[in-house]
Design a protein around this ligand. Sequence first.
Ligand code: SF4
Length: 70
Amino acid sequence: MKEEIEKRKTICNHCGIYDSENNLCNGRLYVNPKNNDVSDKPKNGFIKGCGCLLNRKIPDMSKHCPANKW
Ligand code: SF4
């Protein structure tokens, strides 16, 4: 489980919509999981950030990345 948490953190750290300042999955942005492109508007193939506080969400194994990255 510790490994899974570290893996999730690394994925979020490299995600285009990760808000590192607030440790949030930015709920005002959209990410294309295929190429990590970011949009501020809904777009085909783009997934909206969940707005979650990631230090709470990442360790919870019942939760998943909205863009299906973990
Ligand atoms: S939860 Fe998913 S979409 Fe949100 S910042 Fe992490 S990797 Fe990106």
